[in-house]
Design a protein around this ligand. Structure first.
Ligand SMILES: [Ca+2]
Ligand SMILES: [Ca+2]
Ligand SMILES: [Ca+2]
Length: 444
């Protein structure tokens, strides 16, 4: 009885304690507030407040390399770093501004201030576009009222007066932007792609500094039925040329990849078909994005193919391999084939002799992929006659000893998982060595 009362008291105390900890009562605003700045950041904050007061809200770039409130970069001709801070005055409904701070004789002070565009910062890039050795400030602005973002290029002039130290050089709408060296002249240019969903058009542009200032020096059409871009990557197109690979959705699970580069005179998009007004060559029903899968600097484009024995199955039951293609200057060539296990986060590169002669049985429940020599030419389900070649299995890391006991050989560990394999038939025609298994296995 005594124990029962004690237990009851304990439950009451616990329930009071738990209810006071419920999420509803926590002040999330306070939790969300960034940690108090310390050291040099505190000095920068004080310099900013000395100029603007404390009633400001700092804004963080949402994408790109700089994601902090204090963007450290060198935007003039000395060797010291300046700091750019994006902010909004709390008392004003008007949009975003930015302030430049400089360290003068060991003390941080506000050096310039400028009105921004829109309401938020998408991205800031610091790069020398003009080739004079002084970096430009390239800012991508978001606006609440419109899906369109705008890009502006600014220069900082330390010798001018406070209010005129920042000058805007150029402005243009964009959907995605990146800094590139398409001209191959060791200066940087701006690449943009602009989607207009209302008109179903999509345009890539190259912006460079010319004798007449900032100019769009190349424009090319892209597939206008893309609804959004999901990934943008730079890759080698040839020894001397760099290109942008852009993956865009044409449906929830349908992607295309555009390639855009400068051929010396024009900006071109070789995958886009002017007559069809579409980019069909890289179309796939898959959400796997293009990437440099083997680390050689060239981007590969993934196109899925149904594996042997799965041709007559329902789409949801089909096992597919991915053929990875590269651009050859005219069209695309297959470079390698992989079987991807995205739920367990790995790829296996199929040895060339396995393509179309080997199939795979995937079990999500057992976390295995079993590779079979494909003999029975009817359906992968009836795999009894097929010769098992290789099994890849994923274990929780603490089951490692079991793994070794069962004859599995460890391939890799990541995020608490052990990836292991079993070579079940080393001597068949399609038998592969331990080295090939190790080399062909890629954890994502
Ligand atoms: Ca500087
Ligand atoms: Ca410059
Ligand atoms: Ca590659």
């Amino acid at each position: 009885m005594k124990r029962a009362i004690l237990l009851l008291i304990l439950i009451i105390i616990l329930s009071i304690f738990l209810s006071s900890c419920s999420f509803g009562s926590i002040d999330t605003d306070n939790l969300m507030r960034p940690p108090k700045p310390m050291g040099e950041n505190l000095e920068i904050q004080k310099a900013l407040e000395a100029k603007l007061g404390t009633n400001i809200t700092l804004k963080y770039p949402k994408t790109g390399a700089y994601r902090t409130a204090y963007v450290r970069c060198n935007i003039d001709d000395d060797i010291d770093e300046e700091v750019i801070v994006f902010y909004k005055m709390n008392a004003e409904v008007s949009g975003i501004r930015f302030n430049v701070l400089k360290k003068i004789d060991g003390t941080w002070e506000s050096s310039a201030d400028c009105q921004g565009e829109g309401t938020d910062v998408d991205k800031i890039i610091i790069a020398d576009l003009s080739g004079d050795g002084i970096n430009e400030i390239i800012v991508g602005w978001n606006s609440v009222s419109s899906k369109d973002k705008s890009i502006s290029v600014y220069n900082f002039h330390g010798e001018s007066s406070y209010d005129s130290r920042i000058s805007k050089r150029f402005s243009e709408f964009y959907t995605v932007m990146e800094i590139v060296d398409f001209l191959g002249d060791n200066t940087q240019q701006i690449f943009t792609a602009m989607l207009n969903n209302a008109l179903s058009t999509s345009t890539a542009s190259l912006i460079a500094v010319t004798n007449d200032g900032y100019k769009v020096i190349g424009k090319t059409s892209l597939d206008g039925n893309v609804t959004s871009f999901t990934s943008i990557s730079k890759g080698i197109v040839s020894d001397t040329t760099e290109g942008i690979y852009l993956d865009g959705y044409k449906g929830t699970n349908e992607l295309i990849t555009e390639l855009v580069y400068f051929n010396g005179t024009d900006l071109i998009a070789p995958f886009y078909d002017e007559i069809e007004k579409a980019t069909s060559i890289t179309y796939r029903e898959s959400s796997t994005t293009s990437r440099d899968i083997d680390g050689d600097g060239i981007i590969e484009i993934p196109l899925p193919v149904v594996m042997p024995g799965y041709e007559n199955r329902r789409q949801s039951e089909q096992v597919k391999m991915t053929n990875w293609y590269t651009y050859n200057g005219k069209s695309i060539d297959i470079k390698m084939s992989t079987v991807n296990n995205l739920s367990d986060g790995y790829y296996f590169i199929l040895p060339p002799a396995w393509v179309s002669t080997v199939t795979v049985d995937v079990s999500k429940q057992n976390r295995t992929m079993v590779f079979y020599e494909w003999i029975q030419k009817t359906d992968a389900r009836n795999s009894a006659n097929n010769i098992e070649l290789l099994k890849i299995k994923v274990f929780p890391e603490n089951e490692l000893s079991n793994t070794e006991n069962a004859g599995y050989v460890k391939l890799s560990t990541k995020n608490g998982l052990t990836y292991a394999y079993l070579l079940t038939n080393d001597k068949s025609t399609f038998g592969i060595t331990k080295e090939i298994v190790k080399n062909n296995f890629i954890v994502l």
